[in-house]
Design a protein. Sequence first.
Length: 499
Amino acid sequence: MKTVNHWIGGKTVEGASGNWGPVTDPATGAVTTQVALASAEEVDAAVTAAKEAYATWGTSSLAQRTSILFRYRALLDANRDAIAELITAEHGKVHSDALGEVARGLEIVELACGITTQLKGELSTQVSNRVDVSSIRQPLGVVAGITPFNFPAMVPMWMFPLAIACGNTFVLKPSEKDPSAANLLAELAAEAGLPDGVLNVVHGDKVAVDALLAHPDVAAVSFVGSTPIARYIHTTASANGKRVQALGGAKNHMLVLPDADLDAAADAAVSAAYGSAGERCMAISAVVAVSSIADELVDKIRERAEKIKIGPGNDPESEMGPLITKAHRDKVASYVTGAAAQGADVVLDGTGHTVNGFEDGHWIGLSLLDRVSTDSDAYRDEIFGPVLCVLRAETYEEGVALINASPFGNGTAVFTRDGGAARRFQLEIQAGMVGVNVPIPVPVGYHSFGGWKDSLFGDHHIYGNDGVHFYTRGKVVTTRWPDPSEGHIGVDLGFPRNH
């Protein structure tokens, strides 16, 4: 059986806690790997390695950092397929989705390659007689990232490339459900020339998380995951004096107005709700159909959903893979089986889906629930699976009010041909990311990603300008130098004296 160990101080370090976690192939249900679960002492070893590396990395030149990052970008590009294969083997998503994940992570590596412009300071000269004021940004020290199972390569790359480009050192705690991609990312960074200890990977469960949150040498923590855990991370790390960005869960809505292109809206709803088996925080999980279009829109979504081919992620014909664990599969199914009792029309029920030859895999089909009420479990909870709820509103105003009443505010979208309606929507909606005829409005790397309300805890979004600000702190320097012509100060440089 394959074993995944820690990566500390530039080398593989065998797990010493005696605790191991199982990693399954979601397509077969078989345990294929064991992953070391770190003790607090092993977390301390990783933080110590990062602290020692910071002594030199924190003062390294921007030229040194960016030259390594450019080599790293090239290595990641050359190893796209290998990273994607690890993701598919442990997460289950189809290979094309896994390749897309790597590509989105590469965007942030490319942003980090241009860190020289992001870290430029400001200077005001002659604010008073011979007084200048400058503002600079400096790294924090050792920072940590705690990342989820659904994007085992992309989300870590949303964090550590920017953090180390800013001069910090990094300890990554990836999900123990699909840990292998994180180790490969660290190995490639070392191959690119990243000094030992600048990037460390410790695997583990709550023990490792709590050790990072409490460690006195960790200056900041980045997190992506569910809202309850995001709230816990933010509360605990803040109480320990750390800077925190904790991105939580979502219930992303798509408002479809009566003038929308319904074929485009249906295509978007299917790809956004069921892509990556719905296991993404930017999935559309609720469609709000306005006025009389609801029946036609539901029919179009159903027609498309019924054609999606479900199978192993390494099968080129598969369009959707399994869910990551059997427990998660069963939890997702429970929302569908209970939907009718809570008033929904079950248009598609995917809970009985199986794949020939892979009967023990964590399979679930696509489910479509119509006339869902806002007080039902399927609507209120983040399901994180291929379940799409359709709600109905009589007017634009009613639809917006429904969306704004949600405790989540990650992403949302509107489908319409009316520019005025779209403009109103983007100003009136209470969410951090908005799409206009774009169902999953994940920003490009040089704009920041993050939600509102219970989808974000902390003041900074991730990557982009917010990411640079999160991983650095500002310093203002006020300087006054006497003019060399004033008196005999040090060496006489021959300046004329003004008497």
